[in-house]
Each structure stands twice: as C-alpha cells, then as structure tokens.
Design a protein around this ligand. Structure first.
Ligand code: HEM
Length: 387
C-alpha cells in the first residue's frame, strides 16, 4: 500500500485508507480541518455516542474546543507527576517478577503485561486494589464493542455489554471524585479536580469522561507495548544482547519497539470537505483510517524499515502516539513502563522461550488496539534469582 496505493478506498468497510508518513503527519498536524476527530462519530446512533467517547473526551472534539480540555487534563500528566511514579512502577514490576519468575514458566500477558499497566493507571487514579479486576473487565467490554463505528461488525450483545460497562464505570468513579474533593491526594483524580485554565474547571461530566477515557486509553495500549517488546526481542536476539551490554539504549529501544509495531495500529478521522491526496479524491464525509503502522514503516523516513534496530537514530519520530493536537497524553507513562520492564527483564532473565509455536493468539474482536490474549513463556533466570 505504501508503494502503490498510498491513498486507497476500502469499500468493504466503507472507508478510505491513508498510509504514508508524510500524509499522516500532515493530516495530524492540521487536525480538525479537513480531517476531523469529532465528526468521525457521525455514523454512530445518538444513544451510543455517550458510551464511545464521542462526547466530552479529548478524542471526541477538535481544536479549538479541544485545546481547553487538553490544557486542563494535561495538568494531571505533567512530567514531574509521571516521573514521580517511577518508584511505584519499579516496585510493582519487581513484585510481579518475584511471583512468576521462580515458576520457570508463566503467561507473560496475564501475569505481567496486564497487571503492570493496570496497577499504574489505577494507582494514578486511586482505584482501590480490590476493584482492579472489575475495571479491567469493564474496559474490555467497551473496547470490544467499538469497532462498529468504522464499519466492522459488532453483535447486539457486545453493544449492550459495552453500554452496561460504561454506566458501571461512571458509578465506580463518582465516589472517588467525591472523596478527592474532601481529601486531596497526589493522584490524577485530584489533579483533574484541581485543574484550572482561564478560571475554568472540568465539569462533573467531563471529569467522569476523562477518567473513563484515560483508564481505557492507558491500558490495552501499554499491554500491547509490553507484549510486543517480548515478541520482537525474541525474534531479534542480537538486539537483545546489545541492550544487555548497553542498557543506556533502553529508552531508544522502547521507541523502536513502538515504531516497529504500534499497539494502536490505526486511528480514524472524518473528512469535512473533499480532499485531494496523491491523485485521489476522498469525498467529504468519508471515514479516513490513518495506518500508523504503515507510516512507521515508510522507507522514506525510516531506512530499512523492517529491520528492528535499537540504535535507529530517528526511532522516536514514529507516529505510534500520533502527533499534533491529539498526541498521546500518556506517552511518558507508557515509555516509563516499557523502560522499567526492559531493565528488569534484562537484569533477571538470562534466557527465554516463547511457547506458542503457532501463530500468536491475537484478540480478534478489537481492531483499535492490537492485543494478544496469551503469551506463554519459559524463562531461565540468572543464578542469584533461583538461589
Ligand atoms: C504504548 C501505549 C500507548 C499508545 C500506543 C497510545 C496511543 C495513542 C494514540 C495513537 C493517541 C491518539 C489518538 C488519535 O489521535 O485518534 C492517543 C491519545 C491519548 N492517549 Fe495514548 N497511548 C498509549 C498509552 C497511554 C496512556 C498510558 C495513557 C494515560 C495514562 C494515555 C492517554 C491518552 C489520552 C488521554 C489521549 C487523548 C489525547 C488527546 O486527544 O488530546 N495513552 N494515545
């Protein structure tokens, strides 16, 4: 597609695909016009919009209205807040590995790649430990019912589950906000309540939406980053050894992993006017799919794009977190989790083998975020681990 059909109509799902880095970069840097994040929900029945982030969240509005909400929400994601979470990430990662490494074999997805991001975002939000599993199930129900707005089939049962999950999450978050008003803490919920720009605060409804969306956005994406890391390093052992010899390369390696396989492979916009691009006309009102993974493998930006190279000089230019107005607010948190994982893995695991010899077990219902359902792994730890 990159070489021959950089802009293509995709009639099966009534959408248009855009593939090249230059085009996607340009679209996102001018977000809102004529590619709108807000209008992409136009096809969705009114009663479903509330559930699917069409209203009230950062990914449901274009600039300039987006700018106000973003500057309010951004205050809860300041670099010092995220960096302050590093010790918690390290403690959590260490505890998870303490539990599973001595077993010699475990499911990396359910035993590490799920609980780490879950712990991080719930810690940021102040969700009680005992409720974490419940929150996880609810976000999966929402996620699995979402693909219909880009024309993919979703059953009535999935839709109903998504709606129910949304209402349950609202009910779970409300008391947390209530509590933070009376007892402020150093967490994201307190940050959202305190956030103020130009004398304005987030309304209760915006608070609810922000919390649900942030929880949702933080979770399966980071799960994808962690499991992709393992799968990619398994297939590129020379790069793994390079990291072991020079751990300073870890931050770069995380960006190369994000470039090599973006956890959210495609994002969507709707055109608000006819758009001429690469000799094609995308008509007004079309759903445009921006293939971030394709852009991240565009040879005009990333030479030898299918090579995984932890020393790639421009790896951080990838679009896995998008760019422009909607650039991922949690990018620093995701990078931090990826780095902590690699540091601990390289220090503790001498060798490993991925047990699934056949095709990987991808979650089939969710095309917004590519996630595995299982990743069984056998490990050999360093001597001091088992001693
Ligand atoms: C590897 C992990 C992650 C990936 C690949 C990722 C990817 C993305 C992408 C592609 C977008 C842009 C969506 C669009 O323009 O349509 C986005 C936005 C966003 N992400 Fe992430 N994300 C990750 C982790 C996180 C985390 C950990 C959080 C929260 C703690 C988070 C919160 C957000 C928020 C709030 C937005 C909306 C920003 C806006 O519209 O202004 N993300 N993310």
């Amino acid at each position: 597609m990159l070489a021959n059909h950089p802009v293509a109509e995709l009639p099966d799902i009534q959408a248009w695909g855009v593939f090249r880095y230059e085009d996607i970069n340009h679209i996102l840097r001018n977000d809102g016009d004529p590619f709108s994040i807000e209008r992409r929900f136009d096809r969705m029945p009114e009663e479903q919009r509330e559930v699917y982030f069409a209203t009230g969240t950062l990914v449901g509005i274009d600039p300039p209205r987006h700018t106000r909400l973003r500057s309010l929400a951004g205050q809860a994601f300041r670099p010092n807040v995220i960096e302050g979470l590093r010790p918690y990430a390290e403690r959590t990662s260490a505890a998870l590995f303490d539990k599973v490494l001595p077993r010699g074999e475990f499911n990396f997805l359910t035993d590490y790649a799920t609980p780490l991001p879950q712990a991080m975002i719930t810690e940021m939000m102040g969700v009680p430990d005992d409720d974490r599993e419940l929150y996880y199930g609810l976000t999966r129900d929402i996620e699995n019912s979402m693909s219909h707005y880009i024309g993919m089939p979703v059953s009535d049962e999935q839709l109903a589950l998504g709606k129910k999950a949304y209402n349950q999450l609202c009910a779970l978050f409300d008391p947390i906000f209530e509590d933070r008003r009376k007892n402020p803490r150093k967490d994201m919920m307190t940050g959202l309540i305190k956030a103020e720009a130009d004398g304005e605060k987030l309304t209760q409804w915006e608070l609810q939406k922000m919390a649900i969306f942030a929880y949702f956005a933080a979770f399966q994406t980071t799960q994808g980053l962690l499991s992709n890391s393992l799968v990619i390093l398994d297939k590129n052992r020379d790069q793994l050894e390079k990291l072991r010899e020079n751990p300073d390369l870890i931050p770069k390696a995380i960006d190369e992993i994000l470039r090599y396989r973006a956890p959210a492979p495609v994002i969507t916009r709707m055109t608000t006017a006819d758009v001429e691009l690469r000799g094609k006309t995308i008509p007004k009102g079309s759903m445009a799919l921006l293939f971030l993974n394709a852009a991240n493998h565009d040879p005009s930006v990333f030479p030898d794009p299918h090579e995984f190279d932890v020393e790639r000089p421009n790896a951080a230019r990838h679009l896995a977190f998008a760019i422009g107005a909607h650039f991922c607010l949690g990018a620093a948190l995701a990078r931090l989790e990826g780095q902590v994982f690699l540091q601990h893995w390289l220090k503790r695991v001498k060798d490993f083998e991925i047990m699934d010899k056949g095709p990987l077990d991808w979650e089939p219902e969710n095309i917004n975020v590519l996630t595995l359902r299982n990743l069984q792994v056998r490990v050999e730890t360093f001597a001091q681990e088992t001693a």
